[in-house]
Design a protein around this ligand. Structure first.
Ligand SMILES: [Zn+2]
Length: 338
């Protein structure tokens, strides 16, 4: 397919033009998280012709994702494909020119450098503040722009962060929210709220990538699509006393190693203790005596009532059926190894 044909309608738009299109083809973007927001923004940017996408996600596709995660289908869920891998396959089917690098991983202080260093722009499509503050630390430290986006229930919010020019995440929210935080698993989510915020995030990303910096929005923008409300808060200047961009204390990037994390309200625990590869064929044989096992090249699933364990090739596991990290840890030690 000819480059000119594929992007002809976008090149006609004066804000992009042939020059902007060529800039998009050279651009490198990292998308952190590939759930609802991630699939929306990755789909839009890949169709728009952004040349290089790194898609980072730790999870696998499940049937309950299909209501809103627009790059996945029933076959992906049946196979429990890692989301990053499923997204890369889907993008290759509609735009094989885009170089997609799927990274089946949790973004952590240890791997942030390796996973994000090449990206000229970082897009937040995560579901948790821990990772957002980590991204903010990395981005401010290295002077990389990033775009915050979040959605839950009918509410969606986004902000562009250009280090040293605009406010950063810590300027706006000095501390992560305390107490119970609403998540998609507890409050539900409208797919339209995600599409809206993903579309705005993709538009701002394209403005940045084609050099239309004067068009970038400099506010924290939020919508309630059900209640018909919207709000904008000025975010055009950094706060002088900000811990991250003012005092340059990168506490999240310097964070302690996190060996295990409870996933958001889903009755599941992630264990990430081993970083040596697991041989799925050998592990299948071993686990077969203790429950039902199924594996492909990307994940191994092991069912033992009432638990369901999903194991990744690097030894990481997601254990469903408990919120108790001690239970998850002992299951892991018993069946996978300590
Ligand atoms: Zn700041």
């Amino acid at each position: 397919m000819r480059f000119e044909d594929r992007y002809s309608r976008q090149v006609l738009f004066p804000g992009i033009g042939a020059e902007g299109q060529a800039m998009l083809a050279q651009a490198r973007v990292a998308i952190v998280g590939c759930g609802a927001t991630g699939t929306c923004v990755a789909g839009l940017l890949a169709r728009a012709g952004v040349g290089w996408l790194t898609i980072i996600d730790r999870d696998y596709v499940e049937p309950s994702n299909l209501q809103r995660q627009s790059l996945f289908d029933e076959a992906d869920a049946a196979e429990s494909l890692p989301k990053a891998v499923a997204a890369a396959r889907k993008i290759a089917a509609f735009n094989s020119d885009v170089q997609v690098k799927p990274e089946v991983a949790d973004l952590t202080p240890e791997n942030a450098e390796a996973l994000l260093a090449e990206a000229g722009l970082i897009l937040d499509a995560t579901d948790n503040f821990e990772t957002r503050y980590l991204m903010n630390d990395f981005a401010v430290k290295h002077g990389n722009p990033w775009i915050y986006a979040a959605a839950v229930a009918a509410y969606a919010v986004t902000m562009n962060i250009i280090p040293d020019e605009t406010a950063c995440l810590t300027c706006m929210f000095p501390a992560p929210p305390e107490g119970t935080v609403e998540t998609c698993d507890t409050s539900g989510i409208l797919n339209s709220a995600v599409s809206l915020i993903g579309s705005i995030q993709a538009t701002e990303a394209i403005k940045f990538l084609v050099g239309a910096k004067d068009k970038l929005r400099r506010t924290l923008l939020s919508f309630d699509v059900w209640g018909n409300e919207q709000a904008e808060i000025a975010a055009s200047r950094p706060r002088a006393d900000c811990q991250t961009c003012g005092r340059r204390e990168f506490v999240h990037l310097a964070g302690e190693r996190r060996p295990q994390i409870t996933l958001c309200g889903r009755n599941s625990v992630q264990i990430h203790e081993r970083s040596r590869p697991v041989d799925f064929a050998e592990m299948s044989t071993r686990l077969g005596a203790h429950g039902t096992v199924k594996h492909n090249n990307f994940v191994l699933k092991f069912w033992r009532d009432p638990y369901e364990m999903t194991l990744f090739p690097d030894g990481r596991a997601i254990i469903k059926g408990t919120n108790d990290t001690a239970v998850a840890r002992s299951l892991y030690a018993r069946f996978i190894g300590s």
